[in-house]
Design a protein around this ligand. Structure first.
Ligand SMILES: [Zn+2]
Length: 165
């Protein structure tokens, strides 16, 4: 249903404007059936996009990516305490940090994102070396020489929460 509607809308957009409007990119989740349908038949067995219409580029939906990444955090938080010390608050924070990290690195290359992604867990454990001061207050304060690293008490401890880390 959704894939057919997407194809229909793109055809209307393209043909309705006498081929003047082209869909350059689609920001979406991992919907593979829509992606397959909006390909040329010679590129995909399920493709139904007329050859006269350019295939759109697919860009990941950051909100969807954040939800996908957060799912295992919440799974850890739902385990009994003797199996995991991760709490719902930890999972919520990790999800938020991942969203911040992703947002501040949208225009960066994959190697920069890989490095920045380390901030998600490290920030929870009060280590801000990989953080970006756009979203990390301790990093911002350290850069402004307002505060020494490690002075925030609500972070998890790499020593006390070693198993979680
Ligand atoms: Zn940080």
């Amino acid at each position: 249903m959704e894939p057919d509607a997407t194809l229909h809308l793109y055809k209307r957009l393209f043909l309705g404007t006498n081929k003047k409007v082209v869909l350059k990119a689609i920001v979406a989740d991992d919907d593979s059936s829509t992606r397959a349908l909006l390909r040329h038949p010679d590129n995909s067995s399920k493709g139904k996009l007329p050859l006269v219409m350019p295939e759109p580029e697919w860009l990941p939906d950051p909100s969807h990516r954040t939800k996908v990444v957060a799912k295992p955090f919440y799974a850890l938080a739902s385990l009994p305490k003797n199996q995991s010390t991760c709490t719902n608050v930890d999972a919520m924070r990790l999800k938020r940090y991942f969203g911040y990290m992703l947002k501040s690195n949208r225009m960066n290359g994959i190697s920069e994102v890989v490095t920045a992604s380390k901030s998600v867990v490290e920030h929870l454990f009060n280590d801000h070396i990989y953080c970006d001061e756009k979203w990390c207050q301790p990093k911002k304060e350290m850069n402004e020489k307002k505060k020494e690293e490690g002075s925030q008490s609500f972070y998890r401890s790499k020593k006390k929460d070693k198993k979680l880390y």
